[in-house]
Design a protein around this ligand. Structure first.
Ligand code: SMG
Ligand code: MG
Length: 394
């Protein structure tokens, strides 16, 4: 199954996919291991929340009677992107979520969400646990995550998310570096004071490249006029200009802008996506499995958007090779008609924790073909960056 060429907006068209029955094997969980990793970034990543130089992330390993599965909890160290944060997720997992999962004799990946439903929130934690169970279950069936989720293509175009740089000139230099590597769409981070001039600098330097901006909730509706000044730059979209819970204000803002408004932080579930669409708060939606509580809910968000005619793209949370492989599979679903933040591992990491890190081929990323997520974890690489470890047993 191939891809059509991108159109001028950076969108890519997919062939129609056949719906699949989504049911995987059940597994008998013996234990769940959590590790906090500190993975150094190749360069600092600055957003409207601040700067990170090390990716602090949790990896999950489930041990089952039939083999292991790995997942990733994409929280940040501090509750800035969302209310979740590393050691909050850690505590929720060890105290509540993992004991609940270890209750039944066997679990199917499709049961994880239901088992954990009574615990409010903690979506990234739930997503990482579900991913590990899904990985283990699909491996027992020698099945790929992409086939299970309903992928319709074997490669996805790569987009890069570029953090705020010391100056617009430095931003142009950084963007040139990524374009040189073949990235097919550029997203730049903006915040008040680093918006119009940065966008203008990139547009002036590179002409009509597919370009979009991400504000990470740094503005209010009072900034509508300022944000309308981005309209002349022909951006694909502006991502999450206002606060997470500002659906009504986003709808008001969308009416004032020519640039499509895309929601990221606000879309925490398929229901939230349906609400945002009904309110007119989003013309585009960014799908991140962690933010919505797992890859299964991510597919439900995709399905809601697809039937409403709302284009989606796959977001990123600086994933390790585990989540990066899973994202490549998700991004191969038919509704993902815009280029996502699906990048090569070396965009963030010199040493990933998997044996075959995701890489770029002519600006594309291959959808993994191995069983489960397709990521083969390099345990010694994991050991080298582990700063905390706990095993919760049945
Ligand atoms: O994984 O390529 C990536 C990062 C993409 O910009 C990215 N993510 O809001 O979309 C977003 C940010 C969240 C990162 S946590 C500050
Ligand atoms: Mg975002």
């Amino acid at each position: 199954m191939g891809w059509d060429a991108q159109d001028a907006t950076g969108a890519a068209r997919y062939p129609e996919g056949m719906p699949i029955a989504r049911e995987a094997a059940s597994v008998a969980l013996d234990s769940v291991e959590l590790r906090v990793l500190h993975l150094p970034l190749v360069s600092p990543f600055t957003t409207s929340f601040g700067t990170e130089t090390v990716r602090e992330v949790i990896v999950v390993r489930v041990r089952t009677a039939d083999g292991d599965g790995w997942g990733e909890i994409v929280t940040q160290p501090a509750p800035l992107y969302s209310s979740e944060y590393t050691y909050g997720a850690w505590d929720a997992c060890r105290r509540w979520l993992i004991p609940a999962l270890l209750g039944p004799a066997r679990v199917r990946p499709e049961d994880v969400g239901t088992i954990l439903e009574r615990f409010i929130g903690h979506r990234m934690a739930k997503a990482g646990l579900e991913m590990a169970v899904l990985d283990a279950a699909l491996r027992t069936e020698s099945r790929t995550l992409s086939e299970y989720l309903g992928a319709v293509t074997d490669r996805v175009p790569a987009g890069v998310s570029v953090g705020i740089q010391p100056s617009p000139a430095a931003l142009v230099e950084t963007v040139a570096h990524y374009l040189g590597q073949g990235y097919r769409r550029v997203k730049i981070k903006i915040r008040p004071g680093r918006d119009i001039a940065d966008t203008a600098a990139v547009r002036d330097a590179f002409g009509d490249i597919p370009l979009q901006v991400d504000a990470n909730a740094a503005y209010t509706l009072a900034d509508a006029e300022l944000l309308a000044a981005l309209d002349p730059f022909d951006l694909i979209l502006i991502e999450q200009p206002l606060q997470e819970d500002d659906l009504v204000d986003h709808a008001a803002l969308a009416r004032k802008l020519r640039t499509p408004v895309c929601l990221d932080e606000s879309i925490v579930s398929a229901k939230a996506a349906a609400d945002a669409i009904a309110l007119g708060s989003a013309g585009v939606i960014n799908i991140k499995a962690g933010r919505v509580g797992g890859y299964l809910e991510a597919v439900r968000v995709h399905d809601v958007c697809r039937s409403a005619g709302i284009p989606v793209w796959c977001g990123g949370m600086l994933e390790t090779g585990i989540g990066r492989a899973a994202n490549a599979a998700l991004a191969a679903l038919p509704g993902f008609t815009l280029v996502g933040d699906v990048s090569a591992s070396d965009r963030f990491y010199e040493h990933d924790i998997v044996r075959a890190p995701i890489r770029l081929t002519d600006g594309w990323v291959s959808v993994p073909t191995g069983p489960g997520t397709g990521a083969e974890v390099d345990e010694s690489a994991v050991d080298a960056v582990t700063v905390a470890r706990e095993v919760v047993r049945r």
